[in-house]
Design a protein around this ligand. Sequence first.
Ligand code: URA
Length: 484
Amino acid sequence: MKAVTLAHHEDVSGWRAAARALALGGVPADQVTWQVEGEGGDLFGDESLPDAQPDARLSVPKPFLSLASSVICHSDPERFALLYSMLLHLQDHRHALEDRADPLMKRLEVMRKAVGRDIHKMRAFVRFREVEAAEDVPERFVAWFEPEHHVVRTNAPFFQRRFASMAWSILTPELCAHWDGEALAFTEGATKADAPDGDPVEETWKTYYASIFNPARVKVKAMTAEMPKKYWKNMPETALVPELISSARAREIEMIERSRANLDMPEVPATMPAQPKSQPELAPPIDSWESLAAEAQRRHGDDRSNSGTQLVFGEGPRDAALMLIGEQPGDQEDRAGRPFVGPAGQLLDEALGEAGIDRSDTYLTNAVKRFKYEQRGKRRIHSKPNAGDIEHYRWWLEAERKLVDPAVTVALGATAARAMIGKVVTISKTRGEAIELADGSEGWVTVHPSYLLRLPDPVKAAEERARFIEELAMIRGRVEALAA
Ligand code: URA
């Protein structure tokens, strides 16, 4: 019997090194026991790793490594053994990763999804509270969070990037992450009592939240689906929710009556309470679809030169897990006032369908919101948007991304990629794998459907279409993993 002790719960490199040596040494899965340092008792078994058997070879497909780095974060103690079984299984069943009926793969996929959800929830629901700092130390922010899986190490770099200029700690029962502006550090778990409870930042946040709370919009089911009750208690603004909901009906009636009686709207403070310091991401300037539409009209209502008849807004569920960004509306989109309804839209619909994505589940939008064209006789010929056009509408795309908050955003073509990433990228170099966007969410770049329509060689066109669908199918897998 072999015994492996990993350095910590998310020790994917330790697991990989051990699994590789064990597999090359011909050790079957039922002859290995796995544990994490400091947990459980002494393992019964030989801790040395075997020598590779003569002629032993190991094939490790790239997607398996990505699966392993997610599954390793699951709280199931069997995860290390299951992954090792899968590694051995793959040596004789090369396509097991794509086989949806494979029982082991099914189980690992469920685990991957659960981890993806937990990572996403931590990113969405961690709330920092300001704590008193020592004299010569700048302000410090502390958050309490209770993840279901071992996702703190994996998620810490996300918070490091997002709150790079703050000194912060995220306390969890199992592990705490700390950032001092220069280095990440991890310490043992804490208790909720170690986290601050109620401070000026929190009070400000609560006041702000109460002031924007609109009782007519309360959808308790949607709120609880998005934000499980388990997390409510740790978020300052949600401490208000039960009370606000219980008084919602009364407030709604009161608001209706006031407006019927033609009285003034409820008093709004002359100035909004200040946003919590260092949390600008939580309070975007455009915080509702109404304010986005108003701002679009204010900024772009008069943009007319060289461009179409109307602004074309994005469409789709406002909480879609997948957002697709195109270049700009075409002639037909300009007439219809909707994105992707012309020939490129038809190809996109077909490709989405073949990749198992329902268009009605996606939020579809464009980098540039108005059709730019050159008039030739009666025809309006598409003009490619330039860098200035992209910048001109970039605030809008960013506002849409903040409001929808998709798990995955896909840029179709170079214009969309530039708008999504903020710099010029080469599609051929960027396509085919996930990239991390500035807000920490996942982005993908692929070709624009019009590119496929323009390819003159039918063989090349068929190949490129198949590749586009393959990429969309991969993206569907990522959306399911992150947002399910
Ligand atoms: N091409 C795009 O990029 N967007 C559309 O909406 C239509 C065609």
